[in-house]
Design a protein around this ligand. Sequence first.
Ligand SMILES: NC(=O)c1ccc[n+]([C@@H]2O[C@H](COP(=O)([O-])OP(=O)(O)OC[C@H]3O[C@@H](n4cnc5c(N)ncnc54)[C@H](O)[C@@H]3O)[C@@H](O)[C@H]2O)c1
Length: 350
Amino acid sequence: MKNITINVSKKYDVFLGDGIIASCDEIIGSVISPKKIAVITDDIVDTLYAEYVERILSSNFSVKKYVIKNGEASKNIDTLTSILEFLASNDFTREDALVSVGGGVVGDITGLSASLYMRGINFIQIPTTLLAMCDASVGGKTAVNLKYGKNLMGTFWQPSAVICDTEIVKNLPVDIFNEGMAEVIKCDIIRKCGIIDAVIEDKIKDNIEAVVEKCILLKKDIIEKDEFEKSGQRKFLNVGHTVAHAIEKLSDYKISHGSAVGMGLIIEAQMSKKLGYCDNKTVEKITKAVKKSNLYFDIPYNPKDMVCAMKKDKKNDNNLISFVLPKQIGECFEIKLSPEETENLISFVI
Ligand SMILES: NC(=O)c1ccc[n+]([C@@H]2O[C@H](COP(=O)([O-])OP(=O)(O)OC[C@H]3O[C@@H](n4cnc5c(N)ncnc54)[C@H](O)[C@@H]3O)[C@@H](O)[C@H]2O)c1
């Protein structure tokens, strides 16, 4: 098992290795001493992993479990309230802890619940998707969506530990694995590390532990410099995401985050090329990697509606829409565009 220490306002370790979910009780016991644990999961992950985690933890802790409906549509205030009410009705206190077992949706809403319940209690992330392992579980961003847009309500609340069992990603259904590839490809666009070439050459699955580790190390480096997204570096993690969040919102969250990010990366690379910042070779490489991961689709929305959805993006200021665009593989920059400029660009590229 490897440990990656995240040195932010609250220092914690990401534990990484094959089969380590079986030791989750020891790992949790080594970092916190909760009296009770609430396992939060969704109705798909419950039978796959959460029941198992519940059983293991029950030998050392008093455990309750709360199961939400799977999917992005559950990432809302109603689910958040139901988790908080569940904790209160089971007499959870600040001495206790939450453990999320699931993908990014479960992780984001569990983190937000942990940050709000009694003004904050400990939580542990056990990510079960590639996307959650490589990105969502590390860094302390928590959120739910509001009807006006994606992740509009949230906090920064770091976990006490992240337990990444890489065996889990090896057994993922192919579509869920591919959705995670969007955020993996994103890492190479932010800091060149050979991932895109490996995707194109079909070499990702053979080296998945190393890929997960590379992504976590990139995230560690960025959040240690800019934990609260103040100095600008953390914004780079949003490359592809302004377009992606608009797609997700317009689809009423039926298009998954990973699929939307895949197309967001292509469209934002094309926008960058049209603005004269990146060359055709970069656009082609990103497009190839996204297509190879089976994330390519025709955008079913018109540019006007997309811009309307982008106007609610939380990165915007002064009525300008903020984008992080690629210059080349390994280099991104932030640009703010007016809604009119954005609509013209989107009309040109889609
Ligand atoms: N907090 C952050 O920094 C951050 C970063 C990136 C993404 N996110 C958020 O993460 C979410 C997307 O995460 P996601 O792609 O994991 O989505 P998800 O949590 O909805 O999981 C996708 C689907 O996979 C199922 N699933 C989970 N684990 C499985 C397993 N091992 N085997 C089979 N099925 C499994 C889930 O039940 C769900 O139906 C979005 O809400 C996004 O905004 C957060």
